[in-house]
Design a protein around this ligand. Structure first.
Ligand code: PXP
Length: 248
């Protein structure tokens, strides 16, 4: 089984920085630490309201970080222009407004098909790997495939929030969606809400190739440091994958 990549989302370092308006804590410093702690990529969401990551953060991430950048963005002309200017390794299209979401929270790719199609095409043409953040549903997967997105990121928020049998049922939905994505030839990522307690079963799904994790890691860093939190997450992922991180 291939090694599972870890993308560390640094948004909430910027959330804490912005609470005071100064430069500390610096999300780029966190990205550098993530790199040395075993992250395979850095994820940052440039929101329309710039509530955490700023335009300058994206400039600096592109200039100062060697790891691939996964830019999360809403499907707007403004964000498209920023992505095309920077040409990050990947762009993950996420919903920002309630009407862009499915009932559960992922991007409603089916309902916004005609709006998304040209944006995906322009990102594809620029050589940026496009991913759509969707619910683990066959309809959303089929639409992502039809629109030419090479990657999907399955929303794990519901799985993380539920408990007991309901969580198991959602895990099964994630597993089936990941298998279906592989059958369709889509690269499959997953993320949202993952923690030390919830990461294992998702990491164990063979066709999931990348997890993007942020909020829990930054929160945990308050108690034990960011380096240790990322290393522990990395090792839980590798253990669940059964490869101890030894295969490339
Ligand atoms: N993946 C996507 C597409 C996201 O939008 C987010 C949240 O920004 C994450 C993963 C990470 O979620 P969390 O911060 O809950 O780990």
């Amino acid at each position: 089984m291939s090694k599972l990549r870890l993308g560390v989302n640094i948004d909430h370092v910027a959330t804490i920085r912005n609470a005071r308006g100064g430069p500390h804590p610096d999300p780029i410093r966190a990205a550098k630490m993530a790199a040395s702690a075993g992250a395979d990529g850095i994820t940052a969401h440039l929101r329309e309201d710039r509530r955490h990551i700023s335009d300058r953060d994206i400039d600096r991430l592109m200039a100062e970080i060697d790891l691939p950048l996964n830019l999360e963005m809403a499907a707007t002309e403004e964000m498209l222009a920023i992505a095309l200017r920077h040409k990050p390794h990947a762009c993950c299209i996420v919903p920002e407004r309630r009407e862009e979401r499915t009932t559960e929270g992922g991007l409603d790719a089916a309902a916004h098909h005609s709006h998304l199609l040209p944006i995906i095409a322009k990102l594809n043409d620029a050589g940026i790997r496009v991913s759509l953040f969707i619910e683990p549903s066959p309809v959303q997967l089929a639409v992502a495939k039809a629109m030419g997105a090479p990657v999907v990121e399955l929303h794990t928020g519901r799985y993380c929030e539920l408990e007991g049998a309901a969580r198991e049922a959602e895990l099964l939905r994630l597993r089936k969606a990941a298998e279906h994505a592989a059958e369709l030839g889509l690269e499959c990522h997953a993320g949202h809400g993952l923690s030390f307690d919830t990461v294992g079963p998702v990491a164990a799904i063979p066709s999931v190739q990348e997890l993007n994790i942020g909020h829990f890691l930054i929160g945990e860093a308050i108690f034990g440091g960011l380096d240790g939190a990322i290393r522990r997450m990395r090792s839980l992922m590798d253990r669940a994958r059964g490869n101890m991180g030894l295969t490339a």
